[in-house]
Design a protein around this ligand. Structure first.
Ligand SMILES: [Zn+2]
Length: 382
């Protein structure tokens, strides 16, 4: 990763003619200078399909919208006209964002994409169709393939994927692939700080966001975030060896995760309201309420997991601090050997917390997971 996102974008975008597309189009994209430069260059002579591959929260959606603005704007992406602004908000008539309607992108979803692709643009010279989570299109992939092989002239498809499974190789081979990188915590922290977030908060939320810029933004506006991490850090001192204390703490921590979701739910409610107003003003577009709600549930699931992982990270840190203290004492204390048992216990606690965080991916029953972990940690005298 080289340098700050914003400055790198500015240097690489529009460097040749000094004009279009404007760096403003990618102002919401953090830490993806190469992807930005590739799409900015591609916008001058676009091909029919692009595949943006990158982890959740790395900015694929914002990249796709910036790219769409460059393709739809009569000026090639001025960044200030109504077309650019509407494209960046995802509400331009000739920009369609297709979400999967169920757990995976279905054959029906794919047929809708094919139909949409045949439409003529209504305002701009072309239309852009963004299809989210293309990696889930197992059975639906062959349906899309035909459109990718015989593309309609005025349509540009932008497919988004967190990864490219083997079944998707054929689809991937028909697209220009643009790779996004997980955004390093220090890049997110600097970006947040430049937007007025207090530096210590910026660093803490960037660390907890795991490369997910969206999550970092929400956490930075979440006054309870620091208090929640403190609650996790307080766990070692509050476990007293009894199952009752472990159970109470588990309940409390799970409740704090619900509390963490509150700002997210508010954002979603605002988004739903904006969508409804938009639908009223411009007629319904694809991606109805049910789809939106299903997507919101999936996002909430992911956020719960992320929140729990951030908490476990703080808890692991609390045991690591105790372990470091004990190891230091062991070096300076003449009675040191009596500390060996404690050091072993603390090292075991760190390992147990880290194992629980890893287990979260495979077994997302967070209540059981957390209760079992806290019972195990009860045996460690902090
Ligand atoms: Zn424009």
């Amino acid at each position: 990763m080289s340098g700050e996102a914003g400055t790198t974008c500015r240097a690489s975008v529009g460097a040749q003619d000094g004009t279009r597309p404007s760096p403003e189009l990618f102002g919401q994209v953090v830490g993806q200078p190469e992807a930005v430069a590739q799409l900015a260059a591609a916008s001058r002579r676009p091909v029919h399909a692009y595949l943006l591959v990158g982890p959740a929260g790395a900015g694929a959606r914002q990249l796709a919208r910036g790219f769409a603005a460059a393709l739809l704007c009569p000026e090639g992406g001025c960044g200030i006209c109504g077309t650019c602004r509407r494209a960046l908000e995802g509400i331009h008539q000739d920009l369609t964002e297709v979400e999967r309607s169920g757990a995976a992108l279905s054959v029906e979803d794919a047929r809708r994409v094919v139909q949409l692709a045949q439409r003529r643009p209504s305002q701009a010279a072309r239309q852009v169709i963004v299809v989210a989570d293309i990696a889930s299109a197992r059975l639906a992939a062959p349906v899309l393939l035909k459109t990718l092989e015989e593309p309609p002239p005025a349509t540009v498809l932008v497919l988004l994927a967190e990864s490219v499974p083997a079944e998707l190789a054929t689809i991937a081979s028909r697209c220009v692939r643009i790779d996004l990188v997980p955004v390093p915590a220090d890049v997110i922290a600097r970006w947040l700080a430049a937007r007025g977030v207090e530096p210590d908060t910026a660093a803490a939320v960037a660390e907890a966001a795991g490369g997910d810029v969206e999550r970092a933004v929400t956490l930075s506006g979440d006054a309870g975030f620091a208090a929640r991490l403190d609650r996790w850090r307080s766990v070692p001192g509050r476990l007293d060896g009894t199952g009752a204390a472990a159970a109470t703490l588990a309940d409390e921590l799970l409740a704090s995760i619900d509390e963490a979701l509150a700002p997210r739910r508010q954002q979603q409610a605002d988004q739903s309201r904006a969508d409804a107003e938009e639908a009223e003003a411009h007629g319904l577009r694809i991606g109805g309420r049910q789809e939106r709600e299903a997507q919101q549930r999936r996002e909430e699931r992911r956020w719960r997991t992320d929140e729990l992982r951030a908490g476990l990270g703080a808890l692991s840190g609390a045991y690591r601090d105790r372990l470091a203290d004990a190891a230091h004492q062991r070096r300076v204390d003449s009675q040191a050997p009596r500390l060996d048992g404690r050091i072993r216990q603390l090292a075991g606690a760190v390992a147990a917390v880290d194992a629980a965080a890893a287990e979260l991916v495979r077994n997302p029953n967070e209540t059981l997971l957390l209760q079992a972990l806290l019972v195990r940690l009860s045996a460690v005298v902090a």
